[in-house]
Design a protein around this ligand. Structure first.
Ligand SMILES: C[S@@+](CC[C@H](N)C(=O)[O-])C[C@H]1O[C@@H](n2cnc3c(N)ncnc32)[C@H](O)[C@@H]1O
Length: 270
C-alpha cells in the first residue's frame, strides 16, 4: 500500500478516525489533525514497505509503541497491517503519562482493532513479557528516542523504526573542541548540525548493535521538520566484529558523549 492508498483506506474508516479524535465529529480535518494524520500515514507507509520486503513468518506481530502518547500510530497500524501485510497486531504501548495510558486503554476497548496492552512506564524501565517483533516510536521527546532504540536492541526486535523529536543532548557539546568548529559557531547552524550528528550517531550505534540501518522521511519538511525516520533491521544475532567503527569515529571526531551509549554500553564492550 502506498501513501495514497493508505490515506483513501483510512478515509473509508472515518468512524475510527473520529473515535481517535483524528477527525472532527462531522468529518472535518483541521490543520493539526490533518498534520498528525499525514505523519502517521507517512510513517505507516515506511513500516508496511519493510514488512512486505522482509516478511516475518508469523500471523500476528507484536508491536511495541514507545512513547505512545494517544497511540495514534499503534491504533492505525492495528487497522492497516491486516490489510496491507495480512498480519494481525498485538499492540503494546508504553508512556509515562498515566492520563494518556488510561485514554489508550479506554479507546482500545472501544475500537477493538487488536489485542492491546498499555503500560505507564518510562521506556527504559519497561520489561516486555512477550517477544517483540517491531518497535516503533513517533516523536519521543529528546533522549526518549534513545530509550526506544535501546529497548529495541535489548528485546531483540527484528525491526525498529523511530522518528525522533528534539535532539538536545549534543548541541551544547559541539560549540568548539572539534576540527569542524567553523560549521558550528553560529547558533542555527549548530542546531542543524546537532540534529544531524545525533541521528547519525544513533544510526551508527544501531549498526554496532547488529542492525542494518536506513534513513527515510515520513513526509515533506513542510508537513513537519521532524520528519526523519531511522529504520533498523536486525541482521546479526550477536554484536561481533568491527561494526562500531563508524560510531566510534564520528563520536571521537566531534568529541561528544551520547545518551544511547550511556544507556546501553554493552553494545560497545566487545
Ligand atoms: C510529543 S509526544 C508524542 C506522542 C505520540 N507518539 C504521538 O506522536 O502523538 C511525546 C510522548 O512521549 C512521552 N514520553 C517522553 N519521554 C518518555 C519516556 N522516557 N518514557 C515514556 N514516555 C515518555 C510523553 O509522555 C508524551 O506522551
Amino acid at each position: 500500500m502506498n501513501r495514497k492508498e493508505i490515506m483513501s483506506y483510512m478515509r473509508c474508516r472515518e468512524d475510527i478516525l473520529k473515535d481517535m479524535d483524528l477527525m472532527g465529529p462531522k468529518g472535518q480535518l483541521d490543520i493539526k489533525k490533518n498534520e498528525k494524520l499525514e505523519e502517521i500515514v507517512g510513517f505507516g507507509e515506511i513500516i508496511i514497505r519493510y514488512l512486505n520486503k522482509f516478511p516475518i513468518k508469523k500471523n500476528t506481530l507484536t508491536v511495541l509503541e514507545c512513547s505512545c502518547g494517544k497511540s495514534y500510530l499503534g491504533f492505525i497500524l492495528s487497522l492497516l497491517l491486516p490489510k496491507a501485510c495480512r498480519k494481525k497486531v498485538n499492540l503494546v504501548g508504553v508512556d509515562y503519562n498515566p492520563d494518556l495510558i488510561e485514554r489508550c486503554e479506554r479507546l482500545s476497548q472501544k475500537l477493538r482493532l487488536a489485542e492491546s496492552h498499555f503500560f505507564c512506564r518510562r521506556i527504559l524501565d519497561f520489561k516486555p513479557q512477550t517477544d517483540i517483533d517491531l518497535v516503533v516510536s513517533l516523536h519521543a521527546c529528546d533522549t526518549a528516542t534513545d530509550e526506544a532504540l535501546v529497548q529495541g536492541i535489548r528485546c531483540g526486535a527484528g525491526f525498529v523504526h523511530a522518528v525522533p523529536c528534539c535532539q538536545n543532548q549534543i548541541r551544547g557539546q559541539i560549540k568548539d573542541g572539534h576540527p569542524l568548529d567553523m560549521l558550528t559557531q553560529y547558533g542555527p547552524a549548530r542546531y542543524r548540525m546537532a540534529n544531524l550528528l545525533t541521528d547519525t550517531l544513533r544510526a551508527e550505534f544501531m549498526r554496532a548493535a547488529g542492525y542494518h540501518v536506513e534513513m527515510g522521511e515520513i513526509g515533506s519538511p513542510k508537513l513537519t521538520p521532524k520528519n526523519l525516520c531511522l529504520s533498523a533491521r536486525k541482521v546479526r544475532r550477536k554484536y561481533k566484529g568491527r561494526r562500531d567503527i563508524g560510531y566510534r569515529h564520528l563520536k571521537d571526531l566531534f568529541n561528544v558523549k551520547t545518551a544511547i551509549e550511556k544507556m546501553c554500553p554493552e553494545v560497545l564492550e566487545n
